[in-house]
Design a protein around this ligand. Sequence first.
Ligand SMILES: O=P(O)(O)OC[C@H]1O[C@](O)(CO)[C@@H](O)[C@@H]1O
Length: 361
Amino acid sequence: MRFKMIDYIYENPDVVRKTLHENERDVRALQRILKEKEIKKVVINGLGSSFTAAAIAEPLLHIHSQYNTLIIDSEEFIYYEDSWIDEKTAVISVSRSGERGAAIEAMHKSKTKGAFTIAITGVENSLLAQSAEIILRTHEGSEIAFPKTKSVSTCSAMIMRLGLAFAKVEDQKAEKRIDILESIDTQISETINIADKQILKILPKIHEFTQIFTVGTCSNHGVALEAAIKLQEASLTVTRGENTAALWVGPVSAITDKTLVVILIMKEDLNLSIDLLKMVKDFGGTSIAICPKTIDVSDYSDYVINVSDFTDPYLAGLVYLPVIQLLTYYLTIEKGLNPDKPRATERLLTSLLPVGREEPG
Ligand SMILES: O=P(O)(O)OC[C@H]1O[C@](O)(CO)[C@@H](O)[C@@H]1O
């Protein structure tokens, strides 16, 4: 049986390109508004995958945005609102559905404190969209699968674009990255085509692990966090997402022969990743390295899945993300589970949706 999730994963390149293209004018307008309002701080919040979409873009925001930036889970808004939210703050709430209580509440509270509010959402008439001053709509189209894939990519690309828009005029590197981002859909597409075949080849050997660790650095740290959400939501496999170094300094001790470690590797973290791969072997675990063909870790890793040759660590998360999505899809169906509607869907939605609201398709 073919599930919707795999089609959605294949739509990634198109919907990322469309989202960036359709919002370009609004992004430039927003750039001016933030200047006029003399904004000093930006607070980005979301829940679950919408939070990890922001986490993937976070390193880029930290190096380019001229505004002090805080990225938090919407449920943690209460800890920061007194010191971060005022009339010089832009609050960006991210929610594909636009129907998550905490993200909407963060927006309402921000408004009462005079902050400027922006929604990144896929649904134009959602509660979140209704409560924001500016809406940046993601263009993933319909996504009925409960564990989201293409909309995580569109939200992340949108936040990356904003991070670059918030750069100072003289920031030449930001200009270059805008160009790279504009054509990143081809790298995403190439990656999906390569990785899909490679995952299918190794699937019989990797589907029985009961514990998974996913790790990466820079934008791939956010991808590792997203992998933990996705793999648990869909395949029901206990998964921990970490920064590569954070797994290496201690938690690596929990690895056993039941553990699969998925390491997202770039040239910047190659040495660290090789050290970790060696440790995984010493502790009896099994590893998958996700990296471009230009990086050869076949001596250290049990399996390798390739991404396209992409060399920007701040944008790379968008290129590595579909590999995690494909891995989730195949591990889920291999277990005989339905990736579009995991068993907890109804129960979770009852507590996630505001009263009287429905999950958009
Ligand atoms: O982007 P949204 O619609 O706010 O959803 C956030 C989270 O809610 C879910 O849709 C359900 O938990 C997750 O898949 C997602 O991570």
